[in-house]
Each structure stands twice: as structure tokens, then as C-alpha cells.
Design a binder for this molecule. Structure first.
Ligand SMILES: NC(=O)c1ccc[n+]([C@@H]2O[C@H](COP(=O)([O-])OP(=O)(O)OC[C@H]3O[C@@H](n4cnc5c(N)ncnc54)[C@H](OP(=O)(O)O)[C@@H]3O)[C@@H](O)[C@H]2O)c1
Length: 309
């Protein structure tokens, strides 16, 4: 099978096209003929050596959609099923065939293309885990979402709206109309020194929940927009831990994925409440260019690789 692989973990430039033997599924695994693979900052992190214990050669790609080709014993997936899956942390998505653990596989949303579905797996999955499963966002609550135009943020804004929440989004001005189109009620520019005061002017008591995808300075500022006793969730795991005060409770988490969360995403997509946002689709041959685009940290929605037709 054709793959994009790295023979050493020396950044994006170490990715090249190559051939590897077709894998075959062991018990509990599903072999997927990949039609779309999401590209994320995590792929850049793997290629920079940010995750220890990675076997070489390494095939990036932690989220895919495609057609189940074969299933090992005990896997509740039929060959021919249209599926999407997380491959974290083994990777392998940047190739024509990928192995997934069956408990990380679910049918794709009926209304989504393979490329759209692939781009939902980690980003929308993380947004759902943060807002719904951990944040327990309720109808009528206010939520502040930073990095709101990105892969996670674009899904988070829509999932929060679907929960009945009022959404405040943070992004550059060029993305403000985009965020309103996704359902954000108010939008703020993190480049403005007083953006938290602007948010406080709109929600004087402070927001109930923060989902931070920005990290660093924007994260620290955003905590100031949370109400006393509010909740905060952090997904950028690098850097110093967030300092919480005023009775705010919070956690940093690494998303877990799983079949049930993918099924929940499929229901939202097929109900028209979560529209996949794909900025650009690249062929496998341009995996390096796709990774470079993501590394720039200003993509709107997702960058996805397409394999096959
Ligand atoms: N913990 C987990 O399980 C988990 C899962 C997924 C992702 N993540 C992490 O979460 C973060 C977001 O992921 P993503 O895929 O959504 O990233 P992304 O698509 O690259 O996010 C792009 C967004 O980030 C904003 N942004 C860029 N630099 C910023 C800055 N200095 N201050 C504030 N906002 C900034 C951009 O704003 P503008 O373009 O509007 O300027 C844009 O809205 C990444 O660090 C990623 O590694 C963690």
C-alpha cells in the first residue's frame, strides 16, 4: 500500500511517500480502506518527537474515514461498512489501508463525505467530550470558546449551540462572520488587549463554561471571563498548568475517542446540527503541504487528505 511516512521523527520535512506491506487485522481490529484522513496539530507533534516510544517508520494520521475491508475476530464491523475511526496513538491514517481498534470505529454520518467525516473524528470528538461529557453544558448556559475557528472550535461552537447554550467565540476578525454563521452569538478578537472586558460587558457575571483551545496568553486571559464558581476545560496540554481562582473548577484533558462518541457525532451531523467544516482537501502526495498548513495554526475548520476517488 502507498503511504506517507517518516523514517525519522525530524519534523514535517521528514515525511515522504513510500510503500509498506498491506496490514491484516488481528482479533478486535478493523482494516479500513482509507478515503479521507484528517490532518491535525497532533500529527505535527508526533513528527517533532513529542510522543515517546513511537516505532519507525511512522505513518502519521490519527483519524480516518473509509470502507471496512476486513475485520478480525470479535470486531462488530462488517466488511463494506462505511466507517470512521480514531487511530490514536498508533497512527497510520496517511495510507491506503489502516488498522483501527474495533471499539474506536463507528458508521460514518450518512450525510457526510468520507473527507468530512475524517475531519470530525478528533476535533469534533474532543469538542463533544469537553462540552457535553466533561463540561456538562446545559441549555441556557453561556460558554466561551477560544481558537473558535479551528478544527476543534468550529465543531465546539456548533455542538454548544445544539446543547442550547449561548456561545461567545474568540478568533481573528476575519473569522467573525464565519463564527456567527456557525451560531456564535458574540465574537471577540484575541488581538485586542481588552477582549476579556468586552466579553464581560456582554455577560457581566462571566460565562458558565470555558473551552480553551488556544493555550498560553489567550488561555490565561480567558479564565478572567469565567464567572465565580464556573467551569473551565483545557485541551492544550503544553506549557504551564492553568491557574484557577474564584472557585472556578477546571481540568486539562486528552480526548479519549471511542465508538459511542462517534455515534453521538453522527446523530448531530445527520440532524443537521453539526456541519463539517473542511478548509482544504489535499491528495496523499501533498501530505507535507497539508501538515505545513496545519502547523501555521490559522486553518478554518479542518485540513483533510483524500485517498482514492
Ligand atoms: N487535548 C486533546 O485531546 C486535544 C485534541 C485536539 C486538539 N488539541 C489541541 O487543541 C488545540 C486546538 O486544536 P485545533 O485542531 O482546533 O487547532 P487549529 O485548527 O490550528 O486552531 C486554529 C484556531 O486557533 C486560533 N489561534 C491561533 N493562534 C492563536 C493564539 N495565539 N491565540 C488565540 N488563538 C489562536 C486561530 O485563530 P485565528 O486563525 O482566528 O487567528 C484559529 O481560530 C491545539 O493545540 C491542539 O493540539 C488537543
Amino acid at each position: 500500500m502507498r503511504v506517507a511516512l517518516a523514517r525519522q521523527l525530524a519534523g514535517i520535512d521528514s515525511v515522504e511517500l513510500g510503500e509498506l506491506p498491506d496490514p491484516s487485522p488481528a482479533a478486535g481490529q478493523v482494516l479500513i480502506r482509507v478515503r479521507g484522513a484528517g490532518v491535525g496539530l497532533w500529527d505535527v507533534g508526533f513528527l517533532n518527537g513529542g510522543f515517546p516510544g513511537i516505532a519507525l517508520p511512522f505513518v502519521p494520521g490519527q483519524e480516518v474515514a473509509g470502507v471496512a475491508e476486513a475485520a478480525g475476530a470479535g470486531a462488530r464491523v462488517q466488511p463494506g461498512e462505511r466507517v470512521y475511526a480514531t487511530l490514536f496513538p498508533a497512527g497510520g491514517g496517511f495510507g491506503e489501508l489502516a488498522l483501527a481498534s474495533a471499539d474506536q470505529v463507528a458508521p460514518v454520518p450518512e450525510s457526510a463525505t468520507f473527507q468530512e467525516a475524517a475531519g470530525l473524528v478528533i476535533s469534533a470528538g474532543t469538542a463533544y467530550e469537553g462540552l457535553v461529557d466533561r463540561g456538562r453544558l446545559q441549555a441556557g448556559e453561556t460558554v466561551l470558546i477560544t481558537a473558535a475557528a479551528g478544527g476543534v472550535g468550529s465543531a465546539a461552537v456548533q455542538i454548544a449551540v445544539a446543547q442550547g447554550a449561548r456561545v461567545l467565540g474568540v478568533a481573528s476578525p476575519g473569522n467573525h462572520e464565519y463564527l456567527r454563521g456557525l451560531g456564535a452569538s458574540e465574537v471577540f478578537d484575541y488581538h485586542a488587549a481588552d477582549w476579556v472586558q468586552q466579553a464581560r460587558a456582554v455577560v457581566p457575571g462571566g460565562v458558565d463554561l470555558l473551552l480553551d483551545g488556544a493555550g498560553s496568553q489567550t488561555r490565561d486571559q480567558a479564565i478572567g471571563a469565567v464567572r465565580d464558581g464556573g467551569r473551565a476545560l483545557f485541551i492544550v496540554l503544553q506549557g504551564s498548568p492553568p491557574q484557577l481562582e474564584r472557585g472556578i473548577t477546571g481540568e486539562s484533558f486528552a480526548a479519549h475517542g471511542g465508538r459511542q462518541r462517534l455515534e453521538a457525532l453522527s446523530r448531530l451531523v445527520d440532524a443537521g446540527k453539526l456541519r463539517p467544516q473542511v478548509e482544504a482537501v489535499f491528495p496523499l502526495e501533498q501530505a507535507r503541504a497539508a501538515l505545513a498548513r496545519v502547523a501555521g495554526r490559522h486553518t478554518r475548520g479542518k485540513i483533510v487528505l483524500q485517498m482514492g476517488e
